[in-house]
Design a protein around this ligand. Structure first.
Ligand code: HEM
Ligand SMILES: *[C@@H]1O[C@H](CO)[C@@H](O)[C@H](O)[C@H]1NC(C)=O
Length: 359
C-alpha cells in the first residue's frame, strides 16, 4: 500500500512537470534531501546527545529500528537482560532511550507531581494507547496516555485517592469470590480428569484477572471464568492490541501512520485497539444508569464506577460523562493484563525453581 502511494505520487509529479527526466531528477532530489536530512540528523543527535557516553549496542545508538526489530521477535525482555549483562546497569537502547535496571530512580521518573513531570515528562510512547472514537475520529486520551502534565494532574486529582492501599482494600470483597471461582474451575478441570490432559493455566489466570477487574469496576465479573472461554473475543483483541503497542511504542510517530489519521479512518483500516473495551465500559455505565433510575435500590458495596460518580459530584468541572468512561477504561486496560502477567510469571518461576523445568 505504501508502495502504491509512492507510485501515485511519482505519477502526479511526472505529469505535473510534464517530462519524465525532469520528474526523475525531482524524485532523486527529494530522495537525496531525505537521505541527507536523516544522515545529518543521525550525526547531530549522535554527536550532541547527552546519552553518548552510555554504552549499548552499536545500532541502537542510531536508530529505534533496533528495538523495533527485537520487539517484533517477541523476546525483547530476554534480549534486554542479556544487554544488561554485557553493558551494565544503564544501557542505551535507542538514540534517545536508556534502559535502567535498578529501582532508585522510579519515584523520580514516574513521579506525577507537576514539578517532577516538568523534568521527566511522559513521551510519545504513551500516546498510542489512546483510543480513536470510531464515529468522529477524535483521539480519546485516558489517564495513562495523557502526557500533558497539567491535564494529567487535573484528571488524576479527582480519583487518585481511590487507588491508595486502603481504598483498594475496600474492594477486596469483590475479588474473594472470583478467587474461589478460579480455584473451583481449576479443581474441576484438573482433578475431574484424574489429573490427565492438563489445562492451560495461563488462560485461566487471564480469565480470572479480567473478571476481577470487571467486579471491582462494575460489580460484575466480565464472565470469562463462568464461560470458560474468551466468549466475546475481548481477550484476543487485547492481546493483539498489546502486540501492536509493543511494536508501535518503539517508534511512536508510526502510530499516526498506521492508526490515528484521517486516511486510515476513511479507509476503515485500523490496527487492533481497545475500542471494543470502550464499548464494553460504556455498556456497563449505561446499565448502571438504568439501575440507578429504577426504584429498587441495589444493595452493594461501592465499586470503582460508584467512586467515579462520587468524583463527578465533587469535581463537576473536571469529571463529565466522557471522563467517567476514561477512568473505567484506565482500570480495564491497565489492571487486567498487568496483573495476569505478574501472576503467571510468579507461578512459572516458582514451578521452574521447584522442578527446574523437568516435567
Ligand atoms: C502488577 C500489576 C501492575 C503493574 C506492573 C502496573 C504498572 C504500572 C506502571 C509502570 C504504570 C506507570 C506508567 C507510567 O506512568 O509510565 C502504571 C500506571 C497506571 N496503572 Fe498500573 N500496574 C499494575 C496494575 C494496575 C491495576 C490493577 C490498575 C487498576 C485497577 C492499574 C491502573 C493504572 C492506572 C490508571 C495507571 C495510570 C496512572 C497515571 O498515569 O496517573 N494498574 N501501572
Ligand atoms: C462480585 O462482587 C460482589 C461484591 O460486591 C460479590 O458479592 C460477588 O460474589 C462478586 N462476584 C464474583 C463472581 O465474584
Amino acid at each position: 500500500m505504501t508502495v502504491r502511494g509512492l507510485d501515485d505520487w511519482t505519477f502526479m509529479v511526472s505529469t505535473s512537470i510534464n517530462g519524465i527526466s525532469v520528474s526523475l531528477t525531482a524524485n532523486l532530489l527529494v530522495i537525496a534531501t531525505l537521505v541527507l536530512t536523516l544522515l545529518g540528523d543521525f550525526a547531530v543527535s549522535h554527536l550532541l546527545s547527552p546519552l553518548r557516553s552510555i554504552p549499548g549496542p552499536f545500532l541502537a545508538r542510531y536508530t529505534n529500528l533496533y528495538r523495533l526489530y527485537h520487539t517484533t521477535r517477541g523476546s525483547f525482555h530476554l534480549h534486554i537482560t542479556r544487554l544488561h549483562k554485557t553493558y551494565g546497569p544503564d544501557v542505551r537502547i535507542g538514540p534517545n532511550t536508556v534502559d535502567i535496571d535498578y529501582p532508585e530512580p522510579i519515584k523520580v521518573v514516574f513521579g506525577t507531581t507537576t514539578k517532577q513531570k516538568a523534568e521527566w515528562k511522559k513521551t510519545g510512547f504513551y500516546l498510542s494507547s489512546s483510543t480513536r472514537v470510531k464515529e468522529t475520529g477524535e483521539i480519546m486520551y485516558n489517564l495513562f496516555s495523557q502526557i500533558d502534565p497539567e491535564l494529567h494532574a487535573k484528571w488524576k486529582r479527582p480519583v487518585a485517592k481511590y487507588y491508595s492501599a486502603a481504598a483498594v482494600a475496600r474492594v477486596e470483597s469483590k475479588m474473594d469470590e472470583v478467587v474461589d471461582m478460579l480455584c473451583q474451575e481449576l479443581d474441576k478441570r484438573v482433578s475431574g480428569n484424574n489429573g490427565q490432559g492438563g489445562i492451560d493455566l495461563g488462560k485461566w489466570i487471564v480469565y480470572y484477572t479480567w473478571d476481577v477487574i470487571g467486579n471491582v469496576t462494575f460489580s460484575q465479573p466480565l464472565g470469562y471464568l463462568r464461560e470458560g472461554k474468551d466468549f466475546d473475543g475481548t481477550l484476543l483483541t487485547a492481546d493483539k492490541t498489546l502486540d501492536y503497542f509493543a511494536f508501535i511504542t518503539s517508534i511512536p510517530w508510526l502510530d499516526y501512520v498506521f492508526d490515528k489519521n484521517r486516511i486510515m479512518r476513511i479507509m476503515r483500516i485500523a490496527p487492533p485497539s481497545f475500542n471494543h473495551i470502550v464499548g464494553l465500559s460504556v455498556g456497563h455505565i449505561m446499565k448502571r444508569f438504568q439501575e440507578d433510575q429504577s426504584t429498587e435500590q441495589k444493595n452493594r458495596d461501592a465499586d470503582y464506577l460508584d467512586m467515579f460518580h462520587e468524583a463527578r459530584q465533587k469535581w463537576p468541572e473536571v469529571v463529565d460523562d466522557a471522563m467517567v468512561v476514561r477512568y473505567t477504561l484506565s482500570n480495564m486496560i491497565a489492571g487486567a493484563d498487568t496483573t495476569s502477567s505478574i501472576i503467571k510469571a510468579a507461578i512459572y518461576y516458582s514451578m521452574m525453581a521447584e522442578w527446574g523445568g523437568k516435567s
